[in-house]
Design a protein around this ligand. Structure first.
Ligand code: UT7
Length: 346
């Protein structure tokens, strides 16, 4: 194991500031044990298990207990990823957390996680890019590793959304869940395993109003009026978001495949953002990716925003479905709007 790790270390430090290949060396995830079935919402709003299943594919989701925060999930997810990578937290040079639901407004979840892990050498910060937050964080970490000649970094996508939805709004409250996923990035071992091939990011702020959480920031700071108006809850124009999500995710996936000169038949796995099974099926269909190559966890976790891709990745790795060397396309869309895709080997 030692030899396996050391040769590439030299490779990355020599390539300081260049386009050295960065690889995924370990994955980890954590979802809270509390399972909330669709029937939970039937007594709160005018909905049904049948509607939720048929319109979204969601059967149940996980929710934190009161008092549990993002880094309470990010910590075990990160520890599992570090263990798989075979490195210590003290080896990390960088921690980036993609999230819109950090433990508090400041400091970042990444700094709290750094402290809790004992990753004393790392610099740490959050990336706020909503559902594609993990893909954005992956891109930022890869660039900074190259720029600074860092050997190892930790990238987390995690979210506590269950306490930011309005349990009187049936069009949003049934959709979301909590969780965290992590990857450890390190130098490539030269055989292609884990190598990130390309990442493609996009934003369109002109459509920000379609998906927003308006209260608590500097525009609408905390006040009794802000709470009375429910501005601390997520607002979404679901069917508008749906249309944009399908179009943008198809475009980003095509861009990633074209950039690498590959077609859908060469992919081993497609991990789309787990917001709605209908979106995932439509995107896969338009990309001509067969259903058996699509990793699905939305049925048991709902939409976990930035956590959805890294948790799905880790589960499929640990179940033995995704194997070392498999070619994987991940693809996401969310508030901002932000969207993006990444192509990598596991
Ligand atoms: O993670 C970031 C990206 N987010 C997404 O990608 C989410 C994208 N949007 C969606 O997944 C879907 O638009 C939803 C699941 C949110 C909604 O499904 P839809 O098929 O687009 O429904 P709709 O918004 O067009 O609403 C159809 C009907 C409406 O009733 P009326 O006006 O036709 O009487 C809604 O009020 O469904 C009603 N409805 C519900 N009925 C029962 C909305 N939510 C519910 C519900 N239970 N939970």
């Amino acid at each position: 194991m030692r030899e396996y790790l050391q040769a590439p270390l030299l490779g990355l430090s020599k390539a300081h500031g260049s386009k050295a290949t960065v690889a995924i060396r370990g994955t980890g995830s954590y979802v809270p044990p509390r399972v909330v079935p669709n029937s939970f919402f039937e007594s709160l709003v005018d909905t049904s298990d049948e509607w939720i299943r048929s319109r979204t594919g969601i059967r149940e989701r996980r929710m934190v207990q009161p008092g549990q925060a993002l880094t309470d999930m990010a910590l075990p997810a990160a520890e599992r990823a570090l263990e798989m990578a075979g490195i210590e937290a003290s080896d990390l040079g960088l921690i980036v957390v993609g999230t819109v639901s950090a433990d508090m407004i400041t400091p970042s979840a990444a700094c709290i996680l750094q402290h809790r892990l004992g990753a004393k050498k790392a610099f740490a910060f959050d990336v706020n890019a909503a559902c594609p937050g993990f893909i954005y964080a992956l891109s930022v970490a890869r660039s900074l590793m190259r720029e600074n000649g860092l050997e190892y970094s930790l990238v987390v996508g995690g979210e506590v959304i269950s306490n930011r939805v309005d349990y009187g709004d049936r069009s949003t409250c049934v959709l979301f869940g909590d969780g965290a996923g992590a990857v450890v990035l390190g130098p490539s071992n030269g055989n292609g395993e884990g190598e990130i091939l390309s990442i493609h990011l996009h934003s369109d702020g002109s459509l920000w109003e379609l998906l927003q959480l308006p209260g608590g920031g500097s525009r609408n700071p905390p006040s009794q009026e802000m709470l009375d108006r429910g501005m601390h809850f997520l607002k979404m124009q679901g069917n508008e978001v749906f249309k944009h999500a399908v179009r943008s995710m198809v475009e980003a996936a095509q861009e990633a495949m074209e950039a690498n000169g590959i077609g859908p038949s060469e992919l081993d796995w497609f991990i789309p953002h787990q917001a709605n099974l209908r979106i995932m099926e439509l995107v896969a269909q338009k990309l001509e990716i067969p259903p058996e190559k699509v990793i699905v966890t939305v049925d048991k976790y709902g939409n976990t925003s930035a956590a959805s891709i890294p948790t799905a990745l880790d589960e499929a790795v640990r179940e033995g479905r995704i194997k070392r060397g498999d070619l994987i396309l991940v693809d996401s869309f969310g508030a901002g709007f932000t969207w993006g895709a990444a192509l990598f080997r596991f």
